[in-house]
Design a protein. Sequence first.
Length: 283
Amino acid sequence: MPRNNGSNRQSSDLRDFSGVLLLVGAGKMGAALLEGWLRLGLGASRVAVIEPEPSPQILALAQRGLKLNPHLSALAPIDAVMLAVKPQAAPLAMAPLVPVIGAATLVVSIMAGRTLQFLSGALRGAGALVRAMPNTPAAIGRGITVAVPLKASPAQRELAQRLLSATGAVEWIEDETLMDAVTAVSGSGPAYVFLLAEALAQAGVAAGLPAGLAQRLARATVAGSGELLHRSTLSPESLRENVTSPGGTTAAALAVLMGEDGLAPLLRSAVAAATARSRALAG
């Protein structure tokens, strides 16, 4: 069963982290994590980054003590590694890590589809492992990540929690097979929401609204409703019912959206397709 264990409470800071943290891959998600760590008080001198095409922001941090593309042997012992490269780059990126990862090293992977078995094999069984799936709202600190551990001590799990919560909420599971459904719901989920805003704007144009106005209305409605859902203690069902007057305009629209061929069955089919694809990609 999924467990929270207080995971929705963002970690207060990382100021007391005194080890060496290696970030492998500083693309969009890796950079978002790094930004979150620094915001929570992690010193730049505690971080090493392996990134062949560093951004101007990463280059600026290197002037503040961040170690950019160092010789890995000079970092040992490494306390934690965050793998944030594209899944197809995993074998090439992980091979140089084997000599510098020991039993006390925590390895956290946010590579989609790369299983704990793959990670363990690529690293020759060394180190504690955590496989995690974040999503793109991590870029603004409002993401959600689901994580599953292997051979991680309580202290290592707590460190993984702190590192991952820098970009939003964290949920822990024990059954790795759930990660395919996690990928389909929260990993791919932002695209579904963006599609909703896109389709709502198109529907507004079809109803006669100017395109620019329809886009602004759809964008603000989706964003505002999401923020209301975030802040409210009410369930999505209750919030929906609060907008719906019997016999009114919302009820007329929901009769279509909640019909036999409406939104719910479409989303079930979409999530099932994404889950199946995730399983296929993981092999």
